[in-house]
Design a protein around this ligand. Structure first.
Ligand SMILES: C[S@@+](CC[C@H](N)C(=O)[O-])C[C@H]1O[C@@H](n2cnc3c(N)ncnc32)[C@H](O)[C@@H]1O
Length: 210
């Protein structure tokens, strides 16, 4: 189910791709070839904006794939920043090391392989941003682990809350239920001010206020 009509979706995509570059182009091509779900340039730009707006220096990413969303964040962080790339698939991590190396930002990235929920629990300290893009059925259990790990003034950003319209349409899959349960938890959490941006497939942005 398309959330936006085709011409508008295409225009927004063209706007977001305006200043693409060789590394991003190769990542777009690999995602298309493998039908791999990267966040895409519309969300990538939003991630970079939010990182800059919040002056983020330490970002924990859950479900980083071959490093596409990581690249947008890493560029926004600047040289002294740190981003944790996590994925359960070592092949994704191998590709991410290559792409992020080619982009000249690998020294800002710590690569951790395994279940991102376990990895965040094992990584001490507070984060300026937690970005979550793991399996959607796992969103509620991820919330339990990251909600207290963001500093006041920091952000939780989470992708695919619209899930191609299935969440609002009452779909009963494990993924749609996971997204619905996550939204219930996060929107009821008085430590956070949350909103859902209808960018691409829906990006949840929660600002920690207490
Ligand atoms: C939607 S893709 C991530 C795309 C990435 N954020 C991007 O835009 O380039 C989801 C990724 O999360 C990984 N994944 C799913 N559940 C995970 C978990 N519990 N822990 C670690 N990685 C997970 C998958 O292997 C997959 O690469």
């Amino acid at each position: 189910m398309a959330v936006l009509e085709a011409a508008t979706a295409s225009w927004l995509r063209q706007l977001a791709e305006r200043d693409s570059d060789a590394v991003l182009d190769r990542m777009h091509a690999l995602a298309a070839e493998r039908d791999f779900p990267i966040v895409g340039p519309e969300v990538g730009r939003l991630l970079a904006q939010l990182a800059r707006l919040s002056s983020a220096q330490r970002i924990f990413e859950m479900g980083s794939g071959f490093g596409y969303s990581t690249l947008w964040f890493a560029r926004a962080l600047g040289e002294d920043g740190r981003i944790y790339h996590t994925d359960g698939d070592p092949e994704n991590q191998r590709l991410a090391r290559r792409f992020l190396g080619e982009a000249g930002v690998a020294q800002r990235v710590e690569f951790l392989c395994g279940d991102a929920r376990e990895l965040i629990a094992q990584t001490p300290g507070a984060f300026d941003i937690v970005f979550c893009d793991i399996d959607k059925a796992q969103y509620p259990s991820a919330y339990d682990l990251f909600a207290d790990r963001v500093r006041v003034g920091g952000l939780v950003i989470i992708d695919n809350l619209i899930w191609s319209g299935r969440v609002a349409a009452g779909d009963d899959s494990a993924e749609s239920r996971g997204i619905r349960d996550y939204v219930d938890k996060m929107w009821n959490d008085s430590r956070y001010l949350s909103s859902l941006m209808p960018v691409r497939d829906g990006v949840g942005v929660s600002l920690r206020v207490a």
